[in-house]
Design a protein around this ligand. Structure first.
Ligand code: UDP
Ligand code: MG
Length: 338
């Protein structure tokens, strides 16, 4: 972004993957709500390697709105990476995120901003009445959220709600491995006392279908076991991953020994411990790699550069920023996301 452009007060970040039917109506709603806040704003859609017409629709919006930017990723990196790319590109003092399928209601954004009072760094939406299957989605997510609160001490009871507002200072250079967006905001290390919730409306998906199957439930439970180590500052790193790996092997070996003596209860307990330790090793390691190498690669950033040249006053050109958000190692090599 040219440095002459002032930073907006508010950035709205939306990750999208194959949401061709949803981006246009959502953009219209967001622009209306953002204008009504009276704050300077930008809307940043992150195209996460969509293979449908999403990018073409986004380009059409870019051409007509200078407050609209598109971060076009170099492939499908996953929702967590797309959010991180959006955080890196966002320039506002406050960053609001929401899903690109229309499930979150932009009309809730003013309440979210109001609640972001000086004593608070993050406000999270809490869906009042979820428009999803109770047994396969709502109930497992209810249990998972309570476990997340228990292990992190951060009283946010709907981590899966995409609608959230952050002070940009808490975002830093966050790099979340796949699936870890489910642990926002705890994973940022924000103290529980500086978080707040507001009740939000949940709407049916605009068009298309969810990108996640039932396996997500199991994955969330697997991943949350490493959370106590990852919400610490500094978070656990490679050494902790190695200790967890060794613990897992020792417990697995003990389970085999116990099996020969037919202590079935003990075998199950040891096997469970080995599984938990293995899951912790896996995620602490993933988290460390994400921090070291980054989790996304930007192909280009699209926006209209308002033309300040007097001869062309009023016109704009469709600009492409250099992908400043590409993670680059000291040796100059570029890393692929995890
Ligand atoms: N998404 C993404 N990359 C992916 C999968 C999803 O950017 O690989 C986006 C998706 O387009 C949507 C948001 O993440 O804007 C949430 O996805 P979805 O609605 O499928 O999740 P659910 O609401 O079922 O949790
Ligand atoms: Mg959704």
């Amino acid at each position: 972004m040219p440095s002459a452009e002032p930073r907006p007060a508010l950035s709205i970040v939306v990750p999208v993957y194959n949401e061709a039917g949803n981006v246009e109506p959502l953009y219209e709603e967001l622009a209306t709500v953002a204008r009504a806040t009276g704050r300077s704003y930008e809307i940043v859609f992150v195209n996460d390697g969509s293979s449908d017409a999403t990018l073409a629709r986004l380009e059409a919006i870019v051409a007509r709105d200078p407050a609209f930017r598109v971060v076009d990723l170099d492939g499908n990196f996953g929702e967590a990476s797309a959010l991180c790319a959006g955080f890196a590109a966002a320039r506002g003092d406050v960053v609001v995120t929401l899903d690109g399928d229309g499930q979150n209601d932009p009309a809730d954004i003013p309440t979210l901003l109001e609640r972001l009072r000086p004593d608070v760094d993050v406000v999270s939406g809490r869906r009042h009445h979820r428009e999803e299957n109770f047994t396969t989605r709502v109930l497992p997510s209810w249990v998972a959220n309570r476990m997340i609160v228990l292990v992190t001490g951060v009283p946010v009871y709907d981590c899966g709600c995409g609608l959230k507002a952050y002070r940009r200072e808490v975002l830093g250079d966050v790099q979340l491995p796949r699936g870890f967006n489910r642990f926002l905001p705890a994973i940022l290390g924000v103290p529980g006392s500086r978080t707040a919730e507001i009740t939000t409306r949940d709407r049916p998906r605009g068009s298309g279908q969810t990108h996640y199957g039932l396996s997500r439930v199991a994955i969330v439970f697997r991943d949350l076991m490493a959370l106590p180590l990852l919400v610490r500052r500094p978070p656990a790193g490679r050494a902790a991953a190695r200790i967890a790996g060794i613990t897992s092997l020792v417990l697995a070996a003990l389970a085999v020994v116990a099996a020969t003596s037919l202590h079935i209860g003990l075998v199950l307990l040891l096997a469970l411990g080995a599984g938990v330790a293995a899951a912790i090793r896996y995620n602490v390691d993933r988290f460390a790699r994400a921090r070291e190498h980054g989790v996304f690669r930007v192909r280009r950033v699209l926006h209209v550069v308002p033309n300040t040249d007097h001869r062309h006053r009023g016109s704009g050109i469709l600009g492409e920023e250099p992908p400043a958000d590409v993670r680059q190692a000291a040796d100059g090599s570029r890393h692929r996301a995890l």
